[in-house]
Design a protein around this ligand. Structure first.
Ligand SMILES: C=CC1=C(C)c2cc3[nH]c(cc4nc(cc5[nH]c(cc1n2)c(C)c5CCC(=O)O)C(CCC(=O)O)=C4C)c(C)c3C=C
Ligand SMILES: [Fe+2]
Ligand SMILES: [Fe+2]
Length: 342
């Protein structure tokens, strides 16, 4: 019997110790493609002050009075276009990534996954890792480019959860990896393969990142710079002299000015300027989701072809592809060094 066991009351749950946990986290998604579930998800997501930086006294009446009464129906329709038998693509792919990391990293670590908004929640999975004996946890927000609205809010949520624990696990976080050679190489190899497999040769490749209010750039958020750097490094690595690259920002939300140029504007602009063949990739998304499968692959195609474009392809995200998983393993092992054997 160890010293610690001796301190526990007889009815205390068993305490295992010394394990290492990894928690992969992505943005979150509704539990079902129906308005009620979308409303619950949007209420949590859009109430996060890291996401909408308007004082709650001004924002909450707009959110509760207008947005949550109109957007869920429209968004649920969009979700239905991409929903799978196993659920929302973002959750399905994140789970696949976690299962693959468990197989690659072996029994020395427990790998789990969570969603920042919706389920499975960060507190729920952090507590589960702790209950399974993890005294050290690597928190991995799956956002290559840092922003307050994504990476930071994951860390905030984990910290809120740790605040409730008497006996906290030690926490490490995965840094942004927008310029990491492992990430750029994985994207270049995966996108090259997809480009070579197309039945047409694109004249233009759009690199579309999720947008943010432009104001966040002036307030010092590095997101825009991280996106531009990823884009530059990826173009260099892909090395396709005949291909024109453009970096754009998608998914504008609300009335404020967002980062430009906007993906939908550029799609129409390119087609009107005579581009007939175009491909689009979304390097900032580690998993395909509503924003890539519906907004880019479905709406983007319509925007391009209605403006005169002829051939269009939306390329997949890294998802659970071999290059994507190898990259994730490299990044995680680097952060786990000293915690697990090499
Ligand atoms: C890659 C990073 C993301 C950033 C940065 C980001 C910022 C951001 N998003 C909204 C509003 C919405 N985003 C929505 C969906 C969504 N956003 C991201 C990623 C980033 N968002 C992902 C991966 C997804 C897809 C989720 C899924 O279920 O597949 C939505 C919901 C859908 C809809 O109703 O359109 C909203 C709303 C804001 C305001 C914002 C600003 C900082
Ligand atoms: Fe978003
Ligand atoms: Fe969208």
């Amino acid at each position: 019997m160890t010293w610690r066991d001796q301190q526990l009351p007889a009815d205390h749950p068993p305490v295992k110790s010394g394990a290492i946990g990894v928690l992969l986290v992505n943005l979150g998604t509704p539990d079902a493609a129906e308005p009620g579930a979308v409303k619950r998800y949007l209420a949590e997501f859009l109430s996060d002050r890291r996401v909408v930086e308007i004082p709650p006294i001004a924002w909450q009446p707009i959110l509760r009075g207008i947005i949550l009464n109109t957007r869920p129906k429209k968004s649920a329709h969009a979700y239905r276009q991409v929903w799978t038998d196993a659920g929302s693509p973002l959750a399905v792919i994140t789970r696949q990534q976690a299962e693959a990391m468990q197989a690659r990293l072996g029994n020395e670590v427990h790998v789990d996954w969570a969603m920042r908004y919706g389920t499975p929640s960060i507190p729920d999975r952090l507590q589960a890792l702790k209950n399974s004996g993890c005294e050290r946890i690597l928190l991995a927000p799956l956002y290559p480019q840092y922003s307050g609205a994504t990476t930071a809010t994951v860390v905030d949520k984990a910290a809120d959860c740790l605040r409730t624990m008497r006996w906290q696990p030690a926490l490490r976080t995965l840094p942004p990896y927008h310029d990491d050679p492992a990430y750029i190489d994985a994207l270049a190899s995966d996108l090259s393969k997809q480009l070579d497999a197309l039945d047409f040769e694109p004249e233009v490749l759009l690199l579309s990142f999720h947008g943010m209010p432009e104001r966040t750039l002036h307030l010092g958020d590095p997101y825009h710079c991280h996106c531009q750097k990823t884009s530059r490094l990826l173009q260099e690595k892909l090395h396709r002299p005949g291909l024109k690259f453009r970096t754009t920002f998608q998914s504008r939300f609300g009335r404020a000015k967002w980062l430009e140029p906007a993906t939908d504007t550029v799609l129409a602009e390119e087609a009107k300027a005579g581009t007939k063949r175009l491909a689009i990739a979304a390097p900032g998304f580690s998993a395909d989701c509503l924003e890539t499968l519906e907004e880019l692959a479905i709406q983007g195609r319509e925007q391009f072809t209605e403006a005169g474009g002829e051939q269009f392809a939306a390329l997949s995200c890294l998802n659970a592809s071999d290059p994507g998983l190898a990259m994730l393993e490299t990044l995680l092992r680097r952060e786990l060094s000293g915690w697990i054997s090499a």
